[in-house]
Design a protein around this ligand. Structure first.
Ligand SMILES: Nc1ncnc2c1ncn2[C@@H]1O[C@H](COP(=O)(O)OP(=O)(O)OP(=O)(O)O)[C@@H](O)[C@H]1O
Ligand SMILES: [Mg+2]
Length: 363
């Protein structure tokens, strides 16, 4: 649905300063109906990237294709039409304080010349979609942050877009409200077949709703893919940060990180190891999540007796079944999200590099 190829955006030098390469050769593919999150720290180039998708920023080079249309090749009239098929929501909602909730949602319909009666019907529909049917006559100042973002989402959906862009839509909200808005976005995506590209600095956003994700730093994509696939990749810094495993085990034991997916997650892995190999397997930590309807878990297991025949056989069994992602704590903390960042001294730091909000407990 969205294909970005070799995208670059360079802001020219101004007032004696240097030019800024905000987006530096980005490739990104967002499938239809998918929720795709781009995660990165402040200044990574996330807003610039997402603004290049609907050409609020014109790329310096590269191409952006949305729903089969090459955005950079459109003339002004075509671009206005294309933008109507792309909704956008922002961190600070951008509502008009002088208009009621209904008036804000109606605005894009007025601009598009939708007749009054049809407009009223559509606004009612949209407010119901975001759970604000009772608030049509209220003014933005009378609403909570979460309710304001719902209004902004309703407004963004007015033109029945196929794509929704979200620039930090939940960053101004507390964690409970963030969860509610994220769940709303996921429901809307499923219900309307809406493709959502969102940018965020919060790991929780990726964990809660994203089917796919990319990590961005200094204008570049460092890693990307389906979240469930990233979880199974030993080198994924995102998986490590978002689905952390800790615990070092006892002296003389063998610690191994495994990933279980889909049907595998329903198998009693620990019991199987115990039975087949006569081992007392200890779960040091686990991070389990439902992603795109599939259960995916990363587990850190402690097998007793490093190098013993039973433990060696159990490791071979795990490897044969493609379950091993890492060798426990020895490799787990050595990766960082960006090459230009120093290697962290302890595990907790890895996470704070992705999310300035700091480490969080997996729920
Ligand atoms: N209009 C502009 N003119 C010049 N430089 C800009 C402009 N917009 C952004 N930049 C620069 O481009 C870089 C990327 O900025 P961008 O806003 O895309 O980052 P971001 O990842 O969205 O950060 P944040 O999380 O703080 O919103 C930064 O160095 C920023 O200063
Ligand atoms: Mg930004």
């Amino acid at each position: 649905m969205i294909e970005i190829r070799q995208l670059r955006k360079v802001y020219p030098a101004r007032g004696g300063g240097r030019e800024v390469v905000a987006v530096d050769g980005v490739d990104l593919d967002v499938g239809a109906g998918e929720i795709y999150g781009v995660l990165g720290r402040s200044g990574a180039g996330k807003s610039t990237l997402i603004r290049c998708v609907n050409l609020l920023e014109r790329p310096t080079s590269g191409s952006v294709v949305v729903d089969g249309q090459n955005m950079t090749a459109l003339n002004a009239r075509q671009l206005r039409a294309a933008r109507r098929r792309i909704g956008m929501v922002f961190q600070h909602f951008n509502l008009l304080s002088s208009r009621t909730v209904a008036g804000n949602v109606a605005l894009p319909l007025e601009i598009a010349g939708v007749p009054r009666r049809e407009r009223i019907r559509r606004v009612g529909e949209l407010l119901e979609l975001v759970g604000l049917s009772e608030k049509g006559r209220a003014y933005p100042a009378q609403l909570s942050g979460g309710q304001r973002q719902r209004v902004a989402i309703a407004r963004a959906l007015a033109g029945r877009p196929r794509v929704l862009l979200s620039d930090e839509a939940t960053s101004a909200l507390d964690s409970q409200t963030t969860a509610e808005i994220l769940d709303l976005l996921r429901d809307l995506s499923r219900q309307l077949g809406l493709t959502i590209l969102l940018i965020t600095h919060e790991l929780e956003v990726v964990k809660r709703i994203c089917d796919s994700a990319a990590v961005m730093a200094a204008g570049k994509i460092l890693e990307s893919g389906r979240v469930a696939d990233l979880l199974a990749r030993p080198d994924s810094a995102l998986a490590r940060a978002a689905f952390p495993l800790d615990g070092t085990g006892r002296e003389g034991s063998h610690v191994v990180d495994v990933v279980v997916r889909g049907a595998q997650a329903d198998q009693p892995l620990v019991a199987t190891l115990a039975r087949r190999f006569d081992l007392d397997v200890n779960i040091l930590s686990a991070s389990v999540r439902t992603i795109g309807g599939q259960t995916v878990g990363r587990l850190r297991l402690e097998l007793p007796g490093r190098g013993t025949a039973n433990t060696t056989a159990a490791l071979a069994y795990l490897a044969e079944n493609g379950l091993i992602v890492g060798d426990g704590p020895t490799t787990d903390v050595s990766q960082v999200l960006a090459d230009d960042q120093p290697v962290p001294e302890e595990a907790g730091r890895v996470e704070s590099r992705v999310a300035p909000t700091g480490p969080e407990v997996d729920g």
